[in-house]
Design a protein around this ligand. Structure first.
Ligand code: ADQ
Length: 496
């Protein structure tokens, strides 16, 4: 890469996330191997960690029996940026399996996930899960201190600790206290990948004050969009009585001013374009494809999407036989009952709708329950007429962005997005539909299917231009800038 494309932090970066950027798998002989993740976030952040001599703290995907179990180096064939992360730069968090289950499946995924997506009726509130969340966060904080102590003291800028997501909302405060006690300078930033809910929802959590105090241990707290920032500032004021500055997004706490910033995440745009350019054609192009790609999660609005699609044929039968919905759903959190129930509901609904409309040569829904490879995914994104992104609530939604990146055919397709996703806030030229109103969704799909070519071109050009500029590297840079830790280089332009 060109020098001005390399994102560099001025101090070493320690990333703290629930999962490490790879998982450990045990071979039959008991030895372990690393399998790197290739997601956009990991790909963007890993080089910053590696180049600056930083570390990554996280859970390795399996329960390690001994504290000094050696972490294997990456496979020699591994060419992902994570491969550059040497095992000595990894702190694998060990948590008792029962505590981990209660922290992760209980507090994170059965409480915070639904609550923060403004679905309190789906949330369970159990003191035991909360206690285990505290235990797990303390363990992450201790491992982060271990990482911090291992960095060589230098006269450079202080190390930068970047804590990720709703799994670790308490860790920052303990890290700050321990670092203060040991006189180790550091800066701490946090990024929440899911929405931050309004105060009236947030306060349903019985221990909500502690969450805010945990997050306020940071120097800067980042969210995808301004609405989430304002919700957070509001909660700090109303729950804790903090003095706040809504205009400049500041919260006063413990004699410090904590900065709150909207940092909308992007995707590795150029990588998706390249994938789309290379991927072979896999779809039968006689029919128009409407594409849905999601983790199988109730926040993604999949049931409503299928019902709205059924309405399309009722209202506009001219599409029967000509249009199919390709829905790809990755299995997710299969240990949690809500997710098992959703799987069953989807299976039944797909069966019912297909039973109702299928003809000998055509069926309305093609449903893949599984993960597809990046090449195939890029081909689906490229060759679909409509990208249908209709979550009931979503922090950002990367699928909407990946879809537009891959729309390299002329004329292009149309993106439909829910206003309740962060992406709906920023992708202004997409068609917007309210996923709760099924007739409206059906009409918007009809409008997308019948949109004139010149309008499609115009909308897609604007959408693609924005995502190309505000890609995931831009996001990493804006985080570093917000922390005052971006090492600027000649030719670097942060204001595109
Ligand atoms: P998620 O809820 O996981 O992320 P999203 O942003 O859409 O949602 O990211 C999903 C990723 O998984 C995409 O990169 C997509 O390509 C991939 N994916 C989905 N289905 C797939 C399939 N069947 N096969 C292969 N890959 C598949 C959380 C928040 C979001 C926020 C992100 C990033 O919930 O709101 O945008 O973090 O901050």
């Amino acid at each position: 890469p060109k020098l001005n494309n390399v994102v560099t932090s001025s101090g070493s970066m320690i990333v703290v996330s629930n999962r490490l950027p790879f998982v450990l798998k045990k071979n039959k002989d008991g030895s372990m191997v690393r399998k790197s993740s290739a997601g956009g976030l990991v790909t963007a952040v890993a080089p910053v960690v590696v180049n600056g001599g930083g570390l990554w703290v996280g859970w390795p995907g399996i329960h390690l029996e001994h504290p000094d179990t050696p972490i294997p180096e990456s496979d020699p064939d591994d060419i992902t940026p994570t491969a550059g992360l040497k095992s000595e730069k990894v702190v694998a968090v060990r948590i008792d399996p029962e505590v981990f289950d209660s922290y992760y499946n209980g507090c994170c995924n059965a409480t915070f996930w639904p609550l923060f997506h403004s679905m309190p009726d789906r949330a369970t509130f159990q003191q035991e899960h909360w206690q285990n969340y505290i235990t797990a966060n303390k363990e992450f904080a201790q491992c982060t201190m271990k990482a911090l102590r291992s960095l060589e003291k230098s006269s450079q800028q202080p190390p930068l600790i970047w804590v990720h997501d709703y799994h670790l909302m308490l860790a920052a405060n303990w890290i700050r206290q321990a670092a203060d006690d040991e006189n180790i300078p550091c800066k701490i930033g946090f990024f929440l990948h899911i929405p931050f809910p309004p105060w009236d929802i947030f306060r349903l959590f019985p221990w909500s004050d502690e969450i805010l105090q945990g997050m306020l241990g940071c120097d800067m707290v980042g969210f995808h969009i301004t609405d989430y920032c304002l919700n957070f500032v509001d909660c700090c004021q109303r729950n804790l009585g903090c003095r706040v500055d809504r205009k400049n997004l500041l919260v006063e706490h413990g004699g410090r001013a904590v900065r709150v910033r909207a940092l909308p995440i992007g995707i590795p745009f150029d990588r998706f374009v390249e994938l789309a350019e290379k991927a072979p054609v896999v779809l039968n192009t006689n029919q128009k494809i409407i594409l849905g790609v999601d983790r199988l999660d109730y926040t993604k609005g999949l049931v409503n999407r299928l019902r709205a699609f059924e309405k399309l044929f009722e209202k506009h039968p001219e599409h029967i036989g000509k249009v199919s919905l390709l829905q790809i759903s990755v299995p997710s959190r299969t240990d949690v009952k809500e997710y098992q129930d959703l799987k069953e509901e989807m299976d039944q609904l797909v069966g019912r709708i297909n039973g109702r409309f299928t003809t000998p040569n055509w069926s309305p829904i093609r449903y893949i329950y599984g993960c597809v490879g990046q090449d195939e995914l890029a081909a689906f994104y490229r060759d679909s007429a409509v990208g249908l992104v209709t979550p009931l609530r979503d922090g950002m939604n990367l699928v909407a962005k990946e879809f537009v990146a891959c729309q390299i055919n002329v004329p292009p397709g149309v993106l439909i997005v829910s206003p309740f996703a962060g992406a709906g806030e920023t992708m202004h030229e997409a068609l917007v539909c309210n996923p709760y109103e099924l007739d409206g969704v059906a009409e918007v799909i009809h409008r997308a299917l019948t949109m004139p070519e010149d309008e499609r071109i115009l909308r897609m050009n604007y959408l693609r231009r924005r995502e190309k500029i505000y890609d995931v590297d831009h996001w990493t840079k804006s985080f570093l800038t917000a922390m005052g830790s971006l090492k600027t280089q000649e030719g670097d332009d942060l204001t595109p």
